[in-house]
Design a protein around this ligand. Structure first.
Ligand code: ADP
Ligand code: MG
Length: 283
């Protein structure tokens, strides 16, 4: 057994920590991380996309993956839900190895949102959101109630549910994509640059909506971004990557206070707005 400190999850006693709540708990087999990666490596055609990654993510934690374009963020995220299977190393979800055999059923327990929403163009918003629930045999009334609750949660404008993706704005598409990801009430949400293609004002609006939604749902979240201020806004822990490796996995403020190597400072300084947000955390 080892003593760990991690964000508060379900059914756990909480103590107060400077910025947020954490639990002090003994890690047993029943109280294991939601994700645990050991030595995970994946290459594409001789190019190493992620290299010897080890990382644990606790129940209820919000982890943000950040780093320069091409550093392996999306590959790492896709290894969580088995869309990519590693060449070496092991990814575990809830203690079980993510493999070709297990990943399909595991994906029902993990919502996944990508940059442009990934909605089916020939289906309306409603049909997109309801698709998996229908596939799983849920009843029409249950589906209608759930879609209604989710459109309230995501503040989707009335009337949008009958539209096709091409008839929606980028912000509406991402709200629908989030609804689809939440439809089966997954334990985990994986979001790959969900706000990446939105203009700044829509982005800021959706950012604060997402934060409110995440805070209310208390799910385990892994979010990819290339924007440091967005990372600081959401993260309990930031995982900064470079060339397929983790440079530092830490609380946001520690990237400023205790950078693991000069690259961390360079990356943070390159996005100066983030420094101001971090200073706000210190106040
Ligand atoms: P990021 O999301 O940080 O921009 P990615 O994880 O998408 O980075 O990519 C990491 C590296 O792996 C890049 O060099 C990219 O070109 C390569 N890569 C990712 N997916 C594939 C793929 N399916 N086929 C070939 N190369 C890939
Ligand atoms: Mg990517």
């Amino acid at each position: 057994m080892r003593l760990t400190m991690r964000p508060a999850g379900r059914n756990q006693v909480v103590s107060t920590f400077p910025r947020r709540s954490v639990v002090l708990s003994f890690m047993t087999n029943r109280d294991q991380p939601v994700f645990s990666l050991k030595g995970v490596t994946k290459s594409f055609g001789g190019h190493i996309a992620i290299n010897d990654i080890s990382l644990s993510i606790g129940d209820g934690e919000t982890v943000v993956l950040i780093g320069p374009s091409g550093c392996g963020k999306s590959t790492l995220l896709r290894s969580f839900n088995g869309l990519i299977l590693p060449d070496c190393g092991v990814v575990r979800f809830d203690g079980e190895i993510v493999s070709a055999e297990t990943s399909e059923s595991m994906r029902r327990r993990m919502g996944y949102v990508i940059q442009d929403g990934g909605l089916f163009p020939h289906l309306t918003a409603y049909e997109n959101v309801a698709l998996m629930a229908r596939h799983c045999g849920r009843g029409a009334n249950e589906i209608r109630d759930r879609v209604g609750a989710l459109s309230e949660l995501t503040r989707l404008e009335v009337g949008t549910l009958d539209r096709y993706p091409v008839e929606m704005s980028g912000g509406q598409r991402q709200r629908v994509s989030l609804m689809r990801a939440l439809m089966l009430d997954p334990e985990v949400l994986l979001l790959d640059e969900p706000l990446g293609s939105l203009d700044p004002l829509i982005r800021a609006d959706l950012q604060s909506d997402l934060k409110r939604i995440f805070d209310s749902l208390k799910k385990t979240l892994v979010l990819v971004t290339h924007d440091m201020s967005e990372a600081v806004f959401f993260a309990d822990r930031i995982v900064l990557m470079r060339e397929g490796r983790i440079v530092q996995a830490d609380e946001p403020i520690n990237l400023l206070r205790r950078p693991a190597e000069p690259f961390v400072t360079k990356f943070v300084q390159a996005q100066r707005q983030a420094v101001d947000v971090m200073r706000g955390l210190e106040a």
